[in-house]
Ligand binder design. Structure first.
Ligand SMILES: *Cc1c(COP(=O)(O)O)cnc(C)c1O
Length: 400
C-alpha cells in the first residue's frame, strides 16, 4: 500500500460542496480583493490564534517581510535567525538589506539555541526571528528574556505552528509580530498561497495595514513605501470553510504522532530525543551523540506541539539516506526537511563569515533528519505500514 508523505486533498474532498458555495458567493459579489470576506476571516482566525490584530496576507513569506518592514529593519541591521529551517525566514531578512546572522539549534527540539543567540548579539543586532519548527514552539522565555535585555524586536515565524501553544500562551502572539502560512502543506492549508500577520500592538497593526497596501492612505497618497501583500477574498472564503475543522485536524495529527512514538519506541535501536539535551530545558545540555540508531521527536513539557512534521534522526554515516531509499522503494513518502542549512546556502555565500560561525548542531541535523507521513487523514493501515517498513530497515540494514 502506498503511503504518500502528504495528501492535501484528503481533507479538501469532503468539503467540495462548501468550497463550491464559497466560490459562488464571492463570484457573485464581484469583490475579489480584501473586503468583507477577508475581514470576517480575520476576525475568526484572530480567535483561533488568540491575537488582538490579525491581518490576512498574500503568503507566509510576505507576512515575514511585512513585519520586518513595519519594524524599519534594513541595511546595517543584523537579525538573528535559525540556521536550520526553511529558507523564507533568512531570505526575507536579506531582502530588506539587513544581514541575517545564523544561530545554531537544539538537537532535541530543532529550535533556536538561546545560548548561541546570546553569543551572536552585537551593537547592530536589531531583531530575533524564532521559528517554531515542525509545529513546536521555540524557547520563547529565552527569546523574550534576551530581547528585553538587548532591546531586540521579536518576529515569530509560526508558519508551521498555527494554533500551537507555549505554557498557556499562543504561538505567534508573544513577540512584536507573528507570521503564519496557509500554504497547502501547512496545518491549516488553503487552496493556494496565503498568510497571516498578527500583533498585539495597535501602532504596529496600523503601520502593517498601511504597508500591506502600498503604504497608501488616502488613495494615491503614500506616506511609506509598502507593497501588495493583500489576501484574496476567494482564499479567505476557502479558509473559512476549513477553519471549523482545524481542531479535528490537529487532534488527528497528535494521535498519529502518539501512534508512531508508541510503536516505534518499542523497536530495538530506537530511542526518544533526550530532554536533558534540550537547550531550552537544561542549563548545561548534554552534548553527546544519541546512542539510538533512530531518535524520535519529543513534545516538550508545556509545549502544545501540533506536529506539522514528525521528524526522525537517523545516526550513522549514510544511514539516513539508506532509510529514505528503503521507504521510497516501498512507496512510503518521506522528505528531508532540510538537507542544507542556511549558512551553507549558495545565495548566502557573500555574507560575512561572522554570520555563519558555530552552526555545528544544525549541520548534523541536516545530515540525519527524515520526516515521515503525519497528515491527519492517514489510516491505521498506512501508519502500520510505515512502522513495519522502519522495523524492516532496522532488522535488515547493518550499521557501517
Ligand atoms: C512555509 C514556511 C514559510 C513561508 O510560507 P509561504 O506561505 O509558503 O510563503 C516561512 N517559514 C517557514 C518556517 C515555513 O515553513
Amino acid at each position: 500500500m502506498a503511503v504518500p508523505l502528504l495528501d492535501v486533498n484528503a481533507q479538501n474532498h469532503p468539503l467540495e460542496s462548501e468550497f463550491t458555495n464559497a466560490f459562488h458567493r464571492i463570484f457573485h459579489t464581484g469583490h475579489f480583493i480584501m473586503g468583507q470576506e477577508v475581514t470576517s476571516f480575520e476576525q475568526e482566525i484572530a480567535a483561533l490564534v488568540k491575537s488582538k490584530h490579525a491581518l490576512g496576507i498574500s503568503s507566509g513569506t510576505d507576512a515575514i517581510l511585512l513585519a520586518l518592514m513595519a519594524l524599519d529593519i534594513g541595511p546595517g541591521d543584523e537579525v538573528l535567525c535559525p540556521a536550520f529551517t526553511f529558507f523564507a525566514t533568512a531570505g526575507c531578512v536579506a531582502r530588506t538589506g539587513a544581514t541575517p546572522v545564523f544561530v545554531d539549534v537544539c538537537p532535541t527540539c530543532f529550535n533556536l539555541d538561546l545560548r548561541d543567540a546570546r553569543k551572536k548579539v552585537t551593537a547592530r543586532t536589531k531583531a530575533i526571528v524564532p521559528v517554531h519548527l515542525f509545529g513546536q514552539s521555540a524557547d520563547m522565555d529565552g527569546v523574550l528574556e534576551l530581547a528585553r535585555e538587548k532591546g531586540l524586536r521579536v518576529i515569530e515565524d509560526a508558519a508551521q505552528a498555527i494554533g500551537a501553544g507555549y505554557h498557556g500562551r499562543s504561538v505567534g502572539t508573544m513577540g512584536d509580530f507573528g507570521c503564519y502560512s496557509f500554504f497547502p502543506s501547512k496545518n491549516l492549508g488553503g487552496l493556494g498561497d496565503g498568510g497571516l500577520l498578527v500583533t498585539e500592538d495597535d501602532e504596529l497593526a496600523k503601520k502593517a495595514i498601511s504597508l500591506r497596501n502600498h503604504g497608501m492612505s488616502p488613495k494615491y497618497y503614500h506616506s511609506h513605501i509598502g507593497g501588495n501583500f493583500r489576501l484574496d477574498a476567494l482564499q479567505a472564503a476557502f479558509l473559512r470553510v476549513k477553519l471549523p475543522h482545524y481542531a479535528g485536524y490537529t487532534a488527528n495529527r497528535r494521535a498519529n504522532a502518539a501512534f508512531y512514538t508508541e510503536r516505534l519506541s518499542a523497536l530495538p535501536g530506537v530511542g526518544q530525543a533526550s530532554l536533558d539535551a534540550c537547550a531550552g530545558l537544561s542549563p548545561t545540555p548534554a552534548q553527546q551523540e544519541p546512542a539510538a540508531r533512530i531518535t524520535l521527536p519529543q513534545a516538550l513539557p508545556g509545549h502544545d506541539h501540533i506536529w506539522n512534521q514528525y521528524t526522525l534522526r537517523i545516526a550513522g554515516a549514510g544511514q539516513r539516506d539508506a532509510l529514505r531509499d528503503h521507504l521510497a522503494a516501498r512507496q512510503i513518502g518521506c522528505e528531508i526537511y532540510y538537507p542544507l542549512t542556511m549558512d551553507q546556502q549558495a545565495c548566502f555565500a557573500s555574507l560575512p563569515a561572522s554570520s555563519k560561525v558555530g552552526c555545528e548542531v544544525s549541520h548534523v541535523l541536516a545530515s540525519e533528519v527524515l520526516s515521515i507521513p503525519i497528515y491527519p487523514e492517514l489510516t491505521v493501515e498506512q501508519k502500520e505500514e510505515v512502522v513495519a517498513a522502519i522495523a524492516h530497515f532496522l532488522a535488515t540494514q547493518s550499521v557501517a
